[in-house]
Design a protein around this ligand. Structure first.
Ligand code: GDG
Length: 739
């Protein structure tokens, strides 16, 4: 059975005519059509590109489904304006392209963007079944992955960004930066054209959200793992081959050759967009023409497809380009030639191929571009390796096309020189440069690109997952409930932060909330249950948060204890030597000074270097360095250096939560020997609790990550639910009546 693949993009690959719907044949269509039908059954979801009257929608929808395998998301003119031209193109697009000066933001656009993204997600959810692959495309649908995951985590969700992803300092300008990144992170696999974009996305996620990241992975606070990958898009290679082999190709070439006879042709093709560098390019053409003697011998052809004409910046750009071309032609025209031939319109595909193939040079100089397919298409049409490509270093394609004349589009004089170099290039050098690039773009085409992304998506994490043997904590519920009902003693050793209570950025604010207080009250009401809260916090903190409950308290990882029912704290560390602190503290202070945002916490039993407010990448790097340094310095000292969540902590090996819990259990009288001991925690410091060697141990790790515990709870909320369910509402007698 082929696996269902649902492809979700803003635009469906169709054009709605007055009485006919035609399928367009972009790279993505070809890529998906090229997939093996035995492996994947592809379907599309998207906007048909024009408003359809409500009474016509059922009919249009039926035709789209029956004839094109497309499920439409209909948008009104107003929705499309706010969602597409507004939020997508005037707000997100400029930032993704490093142009915050073009960023505009209106709260109403954001509302519409969210609503429309939800409509796309709902359309997917209405048709998808568990386990289906869903591939979401591009900046118009950034929220869809998380919407899908929230509703149906069983889907395999992929997301591909066709644009660049900028550095954090740019992306952070967006008022909705967090929501946008959270939306993307709903995906299981996120694809980018280059590693640079991937790296920027990862560091943006790390800076904006509390996520853990590695080079190609992000793990969100709720434990979801998103893999990141580099998938440079290619062109529809077979379509180019077919067209160049087509019966009328030569004829079209001849027509153009005749029209431009005696002139060398430099060709540029693009959507009219400020990212494509058209004005800068005209500056370069000016530089080139200024130094040219015979101006009758060269023709620059600019094909600029109208784009986003409802957006003000695009209207201004068009006006600027037209007036600049007018001035340039006025300045350099002779009686026989005007140097720039400007087409503000779309050229038929077969003509485009003929133009590409007769051009003497391709001039592709975006200021920034995710990939730039025009560069690759131009090369596809150089079968004889005849013409060189001049390519901006700021196009993603520049990372693959080594034979191009790579230019900085901001350096008009240098681009002018590259034009001269390209037009004067020897046939051998052209062959040497362009031949291998032609082979490369034909081999690594759109079909390969799509297949590699989809295969990775279908394969899951390719064995990269944590080898987690812990079972879900729900499996332990009957055992705990039974023990509580039996009336026999039950002991619980529970960590606080990250286990019973969600972590807070500021630990001082992490008081018990309503749900936790209800649970703690329920603990207190259970006669056969003894609870000990065991934490790295100070006695004062534990007193302040939990002092009124009848629980045992263990502070500072076991260095201080207080029996249930109040009373005074007992030190457990009289015998412990803390002389090592004098050695370690100066090193921590050094790191505190050199790492903005970090701080040192001095506890009686341990020293802690906190870096949760430091730039995540810098902090992680410094923490690793610090842990290594401390490991070497304290090699002969009875301390342990722990690299925990956003901390490096140095503690005495004579103190641990496990040692403290074991000591308490050993001191219990014979008639209080527990039928069950439940230990739970979220951090590396809690692992010592999971190996205390009790026969009746039930150990639970809260949150993701490898562990020695037998059970896993997803997060503190899930753990609280598990405990509450096992305890029941307390109205039933939790103790079995005596027989
Ligand atoms: C986005 C990213 C990334 C242009 N004029 C005509 C015409 N075209 C076709 C080209 C090419 C396509 O339009 C343009 O693709 P690009 O990749 O150059 O640029 P964007 O439209 O900005 O695309 C970009 C891409 O997504 C894919 O991931 O590479 O970086 O910005 O295919 O041939 N086609 C016809 N007549 C024209 O006049 N027939």
């Amino acid at each position: 059975m082929p696996r269902t693949l649902i492809n979700v993009s803003n635009r469906l690959p169709v054009t709605l005519g007055a009485d006919k719907i035609t399928k367009s044949s972009g790279g993505l269509v070809a890529a998906l059509e090229g997939l093996s039908r035995d492996e994947y059954a592809a379907r599309w979801i998207g906007w048909p590109g024009a408003a359809v009257e409500p009474d016509k929608q059922p009919e249009v929808e039926q035709t789209l489904i029956d004839e094109h395998g497309c499920l439409p998301v209909f948008l009104t003119r107003e929705e499309a304006d706010a969602f597409y031209e507004g939020f997508s193109n005037s707000s997100v697009w400029p930032l993704l392209h490093y142009m915050p000066n073009y960023l505009r933001y209106e709260p109403a656009w954001w509302d519409e963007y969210r609503k429309v993204n939800q409509r796309f997600a709902d359309r997917v959810l209405a048709t998808a079944r568990d386990g289906d692959l869903v591939w979401v495309h591009d900046y118009q649908l950034l929220l869809v992955p998380a919407m899908l995951r929230a509703a149906r985590p069983s889907l395999r969700i992929g997301f591909f960004l066709h644009t660049p992803f900028p550095a954090y300092d740019i992306f952070r300008c967006h008022p909705r930066r967090r929501e946008l990144v959270e939306g993307m992170l709903g995906a299981d696999l996120l694809g980018f054209h280059t590693f640079g974009y991937l790296r920027h996305f990862r560091s943006t996620a790390a800076n904006l959200l509390s996520v853990e990241t590695e080079i190609t992975r992000v793990r969100t606070a709720d434990g979801h793992r998103a893999l990141l990958g580099v998938y440079p898009i290619g062109i529809n290679a077979p379509k180019f081959d077919r067209t160049l082999d087509g019966a009328d190709h030569r004829e079209r070439q001849e027509k153009f050759r005749h029209t431009f006879e005696g002139k060398q042709i430099v060709l540029s093709v693009e959507r009219m967009d400020y990212t494509k560098g058209i004005l800068h390019r005209l500056e370069a053409v000016d530089c080139y023409l200024a130094g040219l003697e015979d101006r009758d011998k060269v023709k620059f052809i600019f094909v600029s497809v109208p784009s986003r004409e409802g957006v003000e910046e695009y209207q201004e750009l068009r006006a600027d380009v037209e007036s600049r071309i007018g001035r340039l032609n006025g300045k350099y025209a002779t009686l026989h030639n005007s140097p720039v031939h400007f087409i503000h319109g779309s050229v038929e595909f077969a003509d485009l191929c003929a133009l590409y193939s007769i051009a003497d040079a391709g001039l592709v100089t975006p200021l920034i571009d995710g990939m730039n397919l025009v560069a690759k298409e131009f090369l596809a049409c150089q079968r004889d390796g005849a013409a060189p490509l001049i390519l901006s270093e700021f196009a993603g394609a520049a990372e693959e096309l080594f034979g191009a004349l790579i230019v900085n589009p901001y350096d008009a004089a240098a681009v002018g020189k590259s034009i001269a170099q390209a037009l004067a290039m020897s046939p051998e050098e052209k062959q040497h440069r362009t031949g291998p690039m032609h082979a490369r773009v034909m081999r690594h085409d759109a079909a390969r690109w799509a297949k590699s992304f989809i295969d990775d998506l279908a394969a899951g994490d390719g064995g990269e997952a944590d080898h987690d043997t812990a079972a879900d904590v729900s499996g332990a519920a009957p055992q705990l409930a039974q023990a509580l009902r039996s009336g026999a003693p039950v002991e619980m050793f529970l960590d606080y932060d990250g286990t019973l209570r969600e972590l807070e950025r500021d630990p001082a604010t992490a008081r018990p909330g309503d749900a936790l207080r209800a649970l703690l009250d329920r603990f207190a009401a259970q006669p056969n249950l003894a609870v000990t809260i065991i934490s790295g916090r100070t006695p004062d903190d534990l007193d302040a948060f939990l002092g009124k409950f009848p629980f045992g308290l263990i502070a500072e990882h076991g260095a201080a204890m207080r029996a249930p029912g109040g009373g005074s704290w007992q030190r457990q560390d009289e015998q412990v030597d803390y002389g090592w602190q004098a050695l370690v503290l100066p090193i921590l202070r050094l790191y505190e000074g050199g790492t903005p945002g970090s701080s040192v916490e001095e506890k009686r039993t341990s020293l802690v270097w906190h870096y949760r407010r430091v730039d995540p990448e810098f902090g992680a790097w410094k923490a690793k360095q610090l842990a290594e340094t401390l490991g070497a310095v304290t090699a002969n000292t009875p301390v342990q250096v722990r690299h925990g969540k956003q901390i490096v902590e140095i503690v005495s090996t004579q103190i641990s939560k496990g040692i403290a819990a074991s000591r308490l259990l050993a001191a219990l009288p014979q008639d209080r020997q527990p039928a069950l001991v439940l230990c739970a925690g979220d951090d590396t410091t809690d692992e010592s609790l999971f190996t205390i060697g009790s026969d009746n141990l039930l150990s639970v790790k809260v949150g993701p990550g490898p562990t020695a515990a037998s059970y896993h709870a997803r997060d503190p909320a899930a753990f609280r639910r598990f405990l509450m369910d096992a305890l029941g509402d307390g109205r039933q007698p939790a103790v079995c009546p005596a027989r």
